[in-house]
Design a protein around this ligand. Structure first.
Ligand code: ADP
Ligand code: MG
Length: 258
């Protein structure tokens, strides 16, 4: 049975892509067969895993439009995760999807064709609540919400939760919210701890621990094309993602992947 996790937050720069790459590498380390899907036309996940987005013929855009088979888009990365990459062509694909039948179901249908080859599929959502994010939520059993523990950084969370509840009601009843993952966390400040407590209380969401510490190491890794688990093996940031990955595997959802 495959678990599919959407990493979503319409705010940019909250460490969605970093979380997808790092959790992916951590899951590979514990023996999981992992597929990552880049759903951001910026192609940051693709780039950060050592693949040049501009050199690609087959990407997630063609898969969503039905002009390529999902299996033909899969690449193998240095860290061992498989990847369905993205590049700027996803912008046009997204535009034409808006008027196409089944737009919200296309990713799920495509992933169903290759899901048996993987234990975990992790989806890197773009910084919007458009058709790509809704498609990702529709294809997932679980959603993880990375969040910076700063005042105002959680103002969009209510809107994201509304989208999640809509998807749950109309498209994918088995979708579960894993919770909020605090990223770029400086636990030394009382402020950061207070913000976390406020978020958990305001939205009644579980906070996933350990929080991911703030570190310059995370900015260095993408330039090398590897995850932080390879570039700073024993760093506390890498260890935090390993701990979160172990929790994810321990709490596989009860419902079958849709
Ligand atoms: P998103 O995908 O949500 O836009 P990214 O994963 O691209 O966010 O992260 C935004 C920036 O923050 C990147 O430059 C990344 O290297 C950096 N970053 C991510 N996680 C951390 C962290 N724990 N500490 C410090 N910087 C981080
Ligand atoms: Mg990103």
């Amino acid at each position: 049975m495959t678990t599919t996790i959407a990493v979503a937050n319409q705010k940019g720069g909250v460490a969605k892509t970093t979380t997808v790459a790092s959790l992916g590498a951590a899951l590979v380390e514990i023996g999981q067969r992992v597929l990552l899907v880049d759903l951001d036309p910026q192609g940051s996940l693709t780039f950060s895993l050592g693949i040049d987005p501009e050199e690609l013929d087959v990407t997630v855009g063609e898969v969503l439009l039905g002009t390529a088979k999902p299996g033909d888009a899969v690449l193998v990365t240095e860290d061992g995760m498989h990847l369905v990459p993205a590049n700027i062509t996803l912008t046009q694909a997204e535009e034409s999807l808006v008027t196409r039948t089944g737009r919200e179901q296309r990713l799920r249908v495509a992933l169903d064709k290759i899901a048996d080859d993987y234990d975990v599929i992790v989806l890197d959502c773009p910084p919007s609540l458009g058709v790509l994010t809704v498609g990702a939520l529709s294809a997932s059993n679980q959603v993880l919400i990375p969040l910076q523990a700063e005042t105002l950084s959680h103002r969009g969370v209510g809107q994201l939760l509304d989208t999640i509840y809509d998807v749950k009601q109309f498209i994918n009843p088995s979708l579960e919210i894993l919770g909020v993952l605090p990223t770029m966390y400086d636990g030394r400040t009382k402020h950061a701890r207070n913000v976390l407590a406020a978020i958990s209380e305001t939205y009644d969401l579980p906070v996933i621990e350990p929080a991911i510490p703030k570190s310059i190491r995370f900015a260095e890794a993408p330039a090398i094309g590897r995850s932080v688990l390879s570039t700073a093996r024993t760093h506390k940031g890498a260890e935090a993602y390993r701990a979160v990955a172990k929790k994810l595997v321990a709490t596989k959802p009860a419902s079958k992947r849709r």
